[in-house]
Design a binder for this molecule. Structure first.
Ligand code: AMP
Ligand code: ZN
Length: 134
């Protein structure tokens, strides 16, 4: 993908704050971080999202995220880590090149990455279940 910014960053054509690299991925600091150390796992090959990335590469992306989460825990002494991955603009995806967010969390960091729970009835939940499995 010649006009994809994450392709260019992942392959070193555009400079980035790289904190980890292996054969398949470059991990960079997000330039609009939720918290200190917020990182992005970028595959070096272009896949738009979860539905395009092959299963074996996806598994390696999560493994790479785990390596980086451990680095952030050790070096930045974060108290927790969120792995977040958005697919489609409705889900908040703004760059259409698969990326896994690794977000270190600190007690009282003031971020709001978790959702607001709703209260469907038992019948509504069953209806959703039947739609999915039917
Ligand atoms: P998403 O909303 O899941 O598509 O996440 C895109 C993320 O990429 C956002 O958190 C942006 O801050 C980040 N981002 C966009 N462009 C760059 C860039 N050139 N370097 C580093 N991070 C970027
Ligand atoms: Zn790309």
């Amino acid at each position: 993908m010649s006009d994809c910014i994450f392709c260019k960053i992942a392959n070193g054509e555009i400079p980035s704050n790289t904190i980890y690299e292996n054969e398949d991925f470059r991990v960079i600091l997000d330039n609009g971080p939720a918290t200190k150390g917020h990182a992005l796992v970028l595959p070096k090959k272009h896949y738009a999202d979860l539905f395009e990335i092959p299963d074996d590469v996806l598994a390696k992306a999560v493994q790479t995220g785990k390596v980086v989460a451990s680095m952030l825990k050790e070096k930045l002494k974060c108290d927790g880590v969120n792995l977040v991955q958005n697919n489609g603009s409705a889900a908040g995806q703004t760059v259409m090149h698969y990326h896994l967010h690794v977000i270190p969390r600190y007690e009282n960091d003031g971020q709001h990455i978790l959702w607001k729970p709703t209260s469907p009835s038992a019948e509504e939940l069953v209806e959703v279940k039947n739609t999915i499995i039917g």
